[in-house]
Design a protein around this ligand. Sequence first.
Ligand code: M6R
Length: 619
Amino acid sequence: MCGIIGYSGEQNAPEVLLKGLARLEYRGYDSAGIAVLKGEVIKIIKKQGKLEILKEEIRLRPLEGTTGIGHTRWATHGEPSDRNAHPHNDHREDVAIAHNGIIENYKQLKKELEESGHIFKSETDSEVIAHLIAKEYKGDLRLAVNEAAKQLKGSFAIAVMHQNEPDRIIGIRKDSPLVVGLGKHENFIASDIPAVLEYTKEIIYLENNEVVDIKKGKCAVYNEEGVPIEKIATTIEWNIAQAEKTGYKHFMLKEIFEQPEVLKQTFKKRIKNNKEVVFEELRISEDVFKETRDITIVACGTAYHAGLTGRYMLEKYARLSVGVDTSSEFRYRDPLITKNTLVIVISQSGETADTLAALREAKKKGAKVLAICNVLGSTMAREADGVIYTHAGPEIAVASTKAYSAQLGILYLFTHYLARVRGEAGNCPADFIEKLTKLPELAARMLKHYRKNENKIKEYAAKFHQYYLASDNKSCFLYLGRNINYPNALEGALKLKEISYISAEGYPAGEMKHGPIAVIDENTWVVCIAVKSDTYEKMLSNIQEIKARGGIIVAIVSEKDLTLKGKEADYVIAIPETDEIFSPILVTIPLQLLAYHVASEFGYDIDKPRNLAKSVTVE
Ligand code: M6R
């Protein structure tokens, strides 16, 4: 939530900051602002609304300078408004800050500062940081930031400038991400790598409580005690095209189409000689997995759905009992975790506050924690005992698509790996790897058809839109799946909800008669995942039951199956045939496209849905 950026170099800072903010906008987009330092004056422009509004304001009132900080906001304390937008300064306008996180003790600090004469302008928790730093300033900004940080409770990544210190930006983090980008005669700090990718691929990941001090030709990192420390920069493999739309109307669509390639790379990097899975980067030894007695998977949102899918394969083939929990429940439930429990946290960003807290809780209980993350060097990747990266490239759209299929891909690989290491390889079908590695090709074929308009998803979405308007906005969606595709029912519903704001629920089809059937009438669109499976006949019965109550059926079927076409199903979406166990990756693609096109029919801002942010770094 919230993206911050800082720049010190030779370029025009507003331009660099605005470009960076555009790549951080996925983190929050209810207001944005920049502060630029020129000579001994800090000028701030900040506006409520999307970045475009700020850009327009800066076009009308240009700012100049080669040092600056910027912010894109997802409001926590104080409504979205010009006044509450960042950067914030102190009342004497000496200090400017951009903050991502939550300052839990801001009320107390504000009271003390007000008593000593500080005048506040906003309703935010963040403004206290600017006042506190101004109060602590005695000629060295880094020391002032250090002193102020010691008084802050909560989570923060902060970029700070002082008008007496030209070219200088100080950054500090605790429980909110912050990276440093090293350039030639210029340096950057940012909440995430895509913000600086256009300028540098040399990245330093800051640890909690580390402080970075950048100027155009200098970058130094200090620990909590103020002692300089050596940090090794990592060269990022991502390229800037991955962080751009490259002709697609939305990042979400681009990311849906990237899935075949993402899966191909996911498998290629880990499958040796077409038969064995090897994780080179894993920091957990095989002995730990041999001793594992049970698995708990913890994650939020889409990553949680990946975890639910993982349970089916891990239990079936690696023969371990698997529990799956949402992070926000796990962390407060005092779960039964032993040192022989393997806890797997799954997260695209590697920064989600609840999942991070769950990881720490699991470690405290003595469990080994394996993180499945997309963002290199993210907090979870660093704090877990071991990490497997999904390597899906930057995912910019708020709605997760390619990260989800990459997470599924990793879970298949990990299942095979675990089964081998634990001497259970015999449980896996002999053609497991062969069938798995066919998925990218099958996904590519399906997307090619779709591109050629042989797939009618867009048409169905338009039909739904008509129904919705005709039904006086009463139409809603129910998603039903069984077995390993049940989590996909949850995921399909989540995807639709988050970008088209239509009421949608996912259910195991077998639960339909225990409640959801009551909502079915002629306004209910029911997406039934009815691909070839052991429970196929049961799903056909569910479809009959829905039909009998007037529901509108959208059936996801295997391509050669004509059973439902032109009969019970009102709309049919066919996917390439594969074994049931491997079908979730293929099933999810039409579900993503359906959500995308419905949102598109309603004309919504698909990449930046209302009220949401890509990384939920606050509780
Ligand atoms: O970065 P994470 O994978 O930890 O994020 C978890 C959820 O916030 C995320 O999957 C969210 O549900 C997505 N917007 C779903 O599309």
